[in-house]
Write a protein that binds this ligand. Structure first.
Ligand SMILES: Cc1cc2nc3c(=O)[nH]c(=O)nc-3n(C[C@H](O)[C@H](O)[C@H](O)COP(=O)(O)OP(=O)(O)OC[C@H]3O[C@@H](n4cnc5c(N)ncnc54)[C@H](O)[C@@H]3O)c2cc1C
Ligand code: SF4
Length: 565
């Protein structure tokens, strides 16, 4: 290991942040703004805003096989290729280079680079509410969240005011409104479906998705040009990513040291102070091992990577993994399911042509189990996400016959309006759904392979049936024909909302983190990625990770200022 006394001083910072994705970017920015000399460690390469978006302005015909993955892609990357296409492949890991063990099928979708998955995320931003924060306590499931909506509400506002979220206020207690930029517009068929839902279903409504896309210029970024190519990186900075927003803001303070190509392999424990003293890192360019030290540590490597890092950090004090007195680290893994829904075709409104090029769809907020006594055969709920459009030539070409001019005309005439919609459903925290480390198999860095053992259970399966039925009802109620219910039966992980492997809770015996995301067993360690989540709710979770991060940074700052750390 390369670590002389001389370098010890040089390698010491006020704060270390592990991982530069959505949550780590936030931690780095907040800590730098508070005046901390901060080291941001990222295992992947650097991706600089705009400069490193090689496909941002390419057309489908610029790619050798259009936007289709080849058989070779699918064989080489059986997991990642379900999410990438040739325009985004460079922002995802290679499955062959980054193996893991699936005890049951689980898609672990990853982007190892500066910015993590903030470059490719869908940008949907929804607040959780007390319906979610109180649910575990009410149902006697897992452990109670140690916070309530009022604790996080100001931090949601703080985050939204920085990232920029467009959306429509709807005044719903279970989906609180935020600090919104002007909403994007629903297209004709979506408005028609929304009107029908309003008329027929009294506790439901359809609204435009709330997304971190800038409908007006914002803090030197945007506005969004509605190109809907966000996941390639946006040359206008029209959507929120670490690369476009938090990392440049952290750099601007002069307090950030960004170190890419740095895999954190272990958290180092200081027996005397009973806190973390720093981290051990493999430099993937030189293969050298380094140690870095700091007063506080934020772990933001993303749910599964964070748990594996804790489990790999064993010492005489923590033989089962860092901060794991509760034996909860790695357990309670959750992911939303998004397999079930319905599709329908509408044969009217042919004079309305424009489907709208927007980087988002619509949302039907949760409408199940909002009150006690609904007598459904499952707990919790789901929201519906979907979009409406007219069939295009790709959809039509399968059923058209002909030749020459007439055929061309048929192809260029838009088909019927369609709506596709699916439920994003809550997954309960089951202790058996877990990640562990394999005792024998290692990756090319000598780190134990992660084993993932996850399945959806009866509650999620029953919810999926309800999603299909209520989706079909809403489409039929709005006059759609040929309504088809579907269940893609996607594996866990494929909604890419992994959560729960180092949960927050009141009691150190049953949880890993306290109400400020501070480790019960090592007070200078904070974990604010998805592993902190005590339950999953049904809202897309990243906005909550950001709000938890900003709140934890303020708490850590106060603790340090008051000499408590
Ligand atoms: C296609 C897609 C669409 C999505 N849509 C949405 C959406 O609409 N709304 C939503 O809320 N969420 C969405 N998500 C999920 C969202 O991307 C994640 O919730 C979010 O990125 C998690 O943030 P994070 O900081 O925990 O992890 P990440 O953003 O994954 O960042 C983790 C970082 O840590 C680094 N790292 C890992 N291990 C180590 C280590 N040992 N040492 C150093 N660095 C390490 C990684 O390289 C990575 O850069 C989507 C994801 C995908 C892929
Ligand atoms: S839709 Fe908006 S944010 Fe997305 S790539 Fe286009 S301009 Fe950028």
């Amino acid at each position: 290991m390369y670590n002389s006394n001389k370098t010890k001083e040089l390698n010491t910072y006020d704060a270390i942040v592990i991982g530069s994705g959505i949550s780590g970017g936030w931690a780095a920015m907040e800590l730098c703004k508070k005046g901390f000399k901060t080291l941001l460690l990222e295992r992947g390469r650097n991706v600089e805003h705009i400069v490193d978006y090689p496909t941002a302005n390419l057309n489908p015909w610029d790619f050798k096989y259009g936007l289709n993955n080849t058989l070779k892609d699918r064989e080489a990357d059986p997991v990642q290729s379900n999410t990438y296409n040739p325009s985004t492949k460079h922002f995802f890991v290679s499955d062959a280079e980054h193996p893991y063990i699936q005890e049951q099928p689980f898609d672990w979708v990853r982007g190892y680079q500066v910015g993590g998955r903030s470059l490719v995320w869908g940008r949907q931003c929804y607040r959780m509410s007390d319906l979610d924060f109180e649910a575990n306590l009410k149902d006697g499931i897992a452990v109670d969240w140690p916070i309530r909506y009022k604790d996080l509400a100001p931090w949601y506002s703080y985050v939204e005011s920085f990232i920029g979220v467009s959306g429509q206020k709807e005044n719903l207690a279970h989906l609180p409104d935020g600090e919104f930029l002007p909403a994007m517009e629903l297209n004709y068929i979506e408005k028609h479906l929304g009107d029908s839902i309003k008329k027929n279903e009294h506790n439901r409504l359809l609204t435009i998705a709330r997304v971190a896309n800038l409908t007006r210029g914002w803090d030197h970024r945007g506005p969004c040009q509605n190109r809907n190519l966000c996941e390639r990186g946006c040359p206008f900075g029209g959507y929120f990513s670490s690369n476009s927003s938090t990392i440049p803001a952290a750099v601007a303070t002069g307090n950030l040291t960004l170190r890419p190509f740095s895999i954190v392999t272990e958290i180092l424990y200081d027996e005397q102070r009973q806190m973390a003293k720093g981290v051990r890192v493999i430099d993937t360019l030189s293969n050298e091992v380094y140690e870095f030290y700091s007063k506080i540590l934020f772990i933001n490597a993303s749910t599964i990577a964070t748990a594996s890092l804790l489990l790999n950090s064993v010492s005489s004090r923590f033989p089962n993994g860092f901060g794991n007195d509760s034996e909860q680290v790695g357990h309670n893994l959750m992911d939303h399911h998004s397999s079930a829904g319905a599709y329908g075709v509408h044969d009217q409104f042919k004079d309305y042509y424009y489907k709208g090029r927007r980087p988002c769809g619509f949302l039907i907020p949760r409408y199940r189990n909002l009150k006690d006594g609904e007598n459904l055969n499952f707990k919790r709920g789901y929201n519906i996400q979907g979009h409406g459009e007219r069939m295009e030539w790709q959809d039509l070409s399968y059923n058209l016959n002909g030749f020459g001019k007439d055929f061309k005309k048929q192809l260029t005439t838009p088909g019927d309006w369609t709506v596709w919609m699916a439920g994003w459903g809550e997954c309960l925290p089951y202790f058996e759904n877990q990640i562990t480390l394999d005792k024998i198999q290692k990756d090319k860095w000598g780190l134990p392979l992660v084993k993932i053992d996850f399945s959806f259970a009866e509650n999620e399966n029953k919810m999926m049936i309800d999603i299909q039925q209520t989706s079909a009802e809403m489409l039929e109620g709005a006059g759609f024909k040929d309504v088809e219910m579907f269940n893609y039966k996607k594996s866990g992980g494929s909604t890419v909302h992994e959560m729960g492997t180092a949960r927050m809770g009141h009691d150190p015996r049953t949880s890993v983190l306290n109400k400020f995301n501070q480790m019960h067993n090592a007070k200078n360690v904070f974990i604010t990625d998805g592993s902190a989540m005590t339950s999953s709710s049904c809202q897309n979770p990243s906005l909550t990770y950001m709000a938890l991060t900003a709140r934890a940074c303020e708490f850590a700052y106060q603790q340090l200022k008051n000499g408590k750390l």
